[in-house]
Ligand binder design. Structure first.
Ligand SMILES: [Zn+2]
Length: 456
């Protein structure tokens, strides 16, 4: 044990406080309920004494950080943390699962007479399955869109999409229409607008209709449903060219506008010049995010990395917007709205990872990236690779996930989980300034590779 720690320890003991030579950052309280068959103690130890949890020795990283997995039985589980006589006791309760024989899988109901429903608010998800989770969102639709509902399932209306398709709308996002039958729309004409920066289509309709836009590397596939002057009550359109973000909305005159940004032709030397990038440091203010073994808060580490990245990107000629540049709380939808208002080309959310109790024994470390729309997959893959190349972190790859900040942005959007706060080795690196430089170098190299289209 270093001298300065002894001095600090003695000072604090005489000052009347009990100070431990170790710190438990998770579980956050000494009496908690955790409904999992396992959990972990995450923290750090600052003396050279052995740290034991219920008599089993805790494996310490050279930084002092540790992650110690324990099993939980039903009922009360007592854990004694012992650091050479200094003891702290944790009571962790795991509740018995409630047996409820009455719960059965709700069955799908088919109506004898289909009803007409209408979306009652904006941004209502149209889904491919009756589940409020995951990657099943087909589109977000505004208020006032009518559907034929043929039944219901698990709190969703099953709605017709043209003659041969169907989707699901949450029952609390729609109301019964006064109309007894669905009036089909007419697509009167469409208008294409092309320039160097974007390609768009405007549909002139006599009423708002459900629609879907799906993207892939060759462009956007657009389908308008419940139109009666086309085969299968569907009107299909395509906007070609690799997408670089897109948006779709009904304008004030009721026209459906779908607009796709063209992938930019960048200079090989300065690919970032003029590219608008939103950096979104995760969490902030009252929301700390994950707590690292060494006691650091994810929100602070995210912000340090974000500021370092901002400086590098600005030096490279990018135009950068930060959703926060201090320790303030910013809501998820506010982050997205601000970025869309800024008209970002690329949205990058910076986070660091943790694990749920149920995966406590997983030996997780390294970089993972997340995206929602297929148009963002390529950048997500490149960033996971380039960050891991620069830092030596494991490349955990790119994964599709329904996360609010990458789902509602109109730009290319990727969320990075740079490393694991709860992994002692990752944690000790993530807080190191030189290492943070490597992280942001990796991000810049990845962005340049993407913009130059150098391949993955
Ligand atoms: Zn986070």
């Amino acid at each position: 044990m270093k001298k300065k720690y002894w001095a600090l320890l003695l000072f604090l003991i005489f000052a009347g406080n009990v100070v431990f030579g170790f710190q438990i950052v998770y579980p956050k309280k000494q009496n908690v309920v955790i409904n999992s068959d396992k959990t972990f103690f995450i923290g750090n130890e600052k003396t050279d004494k052995t740290l034991k949890i219920n008599n089993s020795e805790v494996n310490l990283h050279k930084s002092g950080g540790f992650k110690h997995v324990v099993k939980l039985n039903y009922g009360n589980n007592i854990f004694v943390i012992d650091n050479g006589g200094q003891k702290q006791i944790f009571n962790i309760t795991r509740l018995q699962p409630v047996k409820n024989a009455a719960v059965s899988t709700p069955k799908a109901i088919y109506y004898d007479n289909p009803i007409i429903i209408v979306t009652s608010k904006d941004s209502v998800p149209l889904r491919s399955t009756p589940v409020d989770a995951g990657l099943n969102r087909l589109q977000h639709l505004p208020a006032g869109i009518e559907f034929i509902a043929t039944g219901e399932e698990r709190g969703f209306y099953r709605v017709k999409l043209g003659l041969d398709g169907f989707g699901f709308i949450a029952k609390d996002s729609a109301s019964k229409s006064e109309n007894e039958s669905l009036l089909y729309a007419n697509v009167q004409y469409d208008n294409r607008l092309n320039n160097k920066k974007e390609k768009s289509v405007e549909f002139f309709l006599d009423k708002k209709v459900p629609y879907t836009v799906t993207d892939n590397n060759s462009g956007l596939d657009i389908v308008l449903y419940n139109v009666d002057n086309f085969m299968y009550e569907k009107y299909e359109e395509h906007i070609d060219g690799k997408p670089f973000g897109y948006s779709s909305y009904f304008n004030n005159s009721g026209m459906l506008v779908i607009s796709k940004k063209e992938f930019p032709k960048v200079s090989a030397k300065t690919p970032l010049k003029g590219i608008k990038i939103t950096i979104d440091p995760g969490h902030g203010g009252s929301e700390a995010g994950a707590i690292g073994c060494l006691g650091h808060k994810e929100k602070d580490v995210n912000l340090e990395i974000a500021k370092n990245l901002r400086d590098k990107l600005e030096k490279s000629g990018a135009i950068v917007y930060m959703t926060r540049d201090d320790d303030s709380y910013v809501g998820l939808s506010e982050r997205v709205e601000k970025s869309n208002y800024f008209d970002a080309d690329i949205f990058l959310s910076i986070h660091n990872n943790a694990l749920p109790d149920s995966l406590a024994d997983r030996d997780a470390s390294g970089t993972e990236t997340y995206y929602f729309y297929p148009q963002s997959k390529e950048l997500a893959q490149i960033l996971a690779k380039s960050v891991s190349e620069q830092t030596g972190f494991k490349n955990g790859g790119a994964r599709g996930k329904s996360l609010a900040v990458v789902r509602n942005t109109q730009s290319i959007a990727v969320l990075l989980e740079v490393g694991y706060m709860i992994n002692p080795d990752d944690n000790s690196k993530l807080i190191n300034k030189d290492f943070q430089n490597k992280i942001t170098e990796g991000i810049v190299i990845g962005l340049e590779r993407y913009l130059r289209q150098d391949g993955i």
